[in-house]
Design a protein around this ligand. Structure first.
Ligand code: NAP
Length: 322
């Protein structure tokens, strides 16, 4: 009998094919819609492994339904959707997809920073809505990126990859994390700052921490007040790291200049979301790691992790909670 793995979204056959001989694969057959909770609760009952996305809450109730479950392979580097402590209690391994998405997410972070600074989304909307009648000296003039100061909050894999990109734009790089990064300090010239100092001194504040109890609403009213009035805030972490009402007020009262947001609380959100309605917000639907190549690598890594566990080996990328 092959182990049964349940996959919570339709994934391409070309990615799955090499693994079909190892597992009995069951799958939610919709590509664009998450599996309904009641279906997942039922399917998990005879699954030995689960390949899930960040749209699924892998909580205690779900884990209790999965009596045979040995591994939860989460197709994301963030794992705030998984109750890792409850999984550990039940002897269920949890894996994520670090590294394979680092450069792709760093590229997107930098693109969003530039879009917010140079008003690229707003300018595109301007021409598409037929508003372009004249050229004028300050038409859609934004803020420079080159030679400015970037403050990266969360100087891990992606944060350091963003710092390298910033260096290419002759930016001064500051960072904040729980620990110092001697390699980045030496190689990129990144300067460690206390959180409040980083907020006060940065032209661009970029959030790349994981969502945890310590980072929930890290960017609150006080944080936005400490930033320069000319600051651009970029969030590619998780929506939960930001008090969105405070961000809205900061953007509308001129406490900061603009924001680039890839993530929101309560995703998916719609056009009626207050932040999306602001001209000085460039908004994206959580596409940080969304290149075709990287999404396939993330799925393959999930499947390799599942394979390792059923071969009695250590998974390649177990999550670590410090
Ligand atoms: P990582 O290598 O684990 O880096 C996380 C960084 O955050 C580390 O530098 C860590 O500090 C720092 N950190 C953690 N808790 C902190 C706290 N309380 N205060 C200050 N710094 C703290 O993770 P990664 O691979 O770079 O990914 C980062 C996050 O990006 C993920 O967790 C995920 O939420 C998000 N992400 C989003 C997308 C997207 O599509 N939008 C794609 C990929 C990732 P230490 O180094 O000192 O431990």
């Amino acid at each position: 009998m092959k182990p049964v793995i349940y996959v919570t979204r339709k994934i391409p056959e070309k990615v799955l094919k090499p693994y079909r001989s190892h597992f009995d694969v069951r799958m939610w057959e919709a590509a664009d819609e998450p599996v309904p909770r009641d279906v997942l609760l039922k399917e998990i009952q005879d699954a030995d492994g689960l390949l899930c996305l960040l749209t699924e809450q892998i909580d205690r109730e779900l884990l209790e339904h999965g009596e045979k479950l040995k591994i939860v392979a989460n197709m994301a580097v963030g794992f705030d959707n998984v109750d890792v402590a409850a999984a550990k209690e039940r002897g269920v391994m949890v894996t994520n997809t670090p590294d394979v998405l680092t450069d792709t997410t760093a590229d997107l972070t930098f693109a969003l920073l530039m879009a917010a600074a140079r008003r690229i989304v707003e300018a595109s909307e301007y021409i598409k809505s037929n508003a372009w009648e004249n050229w004028s000296p300050y038409l859609l003039a934004g803020a420079d990126v080159h030679h400015k100061t970037i403050g990266i909050v969360g100087m891990g894999r992606i944060g350091q990859a963003v710092a390298k990109r910033a260096k290419g734009f002759d930016m001064h790089v500051m960072y904040h994390a729980r620990s110092r990064k001697p390699d980045a300090e030496r190689e990129i010239g990144a300067v460690y700052k206390a959180f409040d100092e980083l907020l006060a001194e940065s032209d661009f504040v970029v959030c790349l921490v994981p969502l945890t109890n310590q980072t929930a609403d890290l960017f609150n009213r006080e944080a936005f007040r400490k930033m320069k009035n000319s600051a651009v805030f970029v969030n590619v972490s998780r929506g939960g790291t930001v008090d969105e009402d405070a961000l809205y007020d900061a953007l509308t009262k001129g406490e900061i200049r603009a924001a680039g947001l890839d993530v929101f609380k309560g995703e998916p959100i719609g056009a009626e979301h207050p932040l999306v309605q602001l001209d000085n917000v460039a908004a994206l639907p959580h596409i940080g790691s969304a290149s075709e190549e990287t999404r396939s690598k993330m799925l393959t890594l999930c499947l390799d992790n599942v394979t390792a566990v059923f071969n009695g080996e250590k998974p390649l990328t177990p999550v670590s909670t410090q």
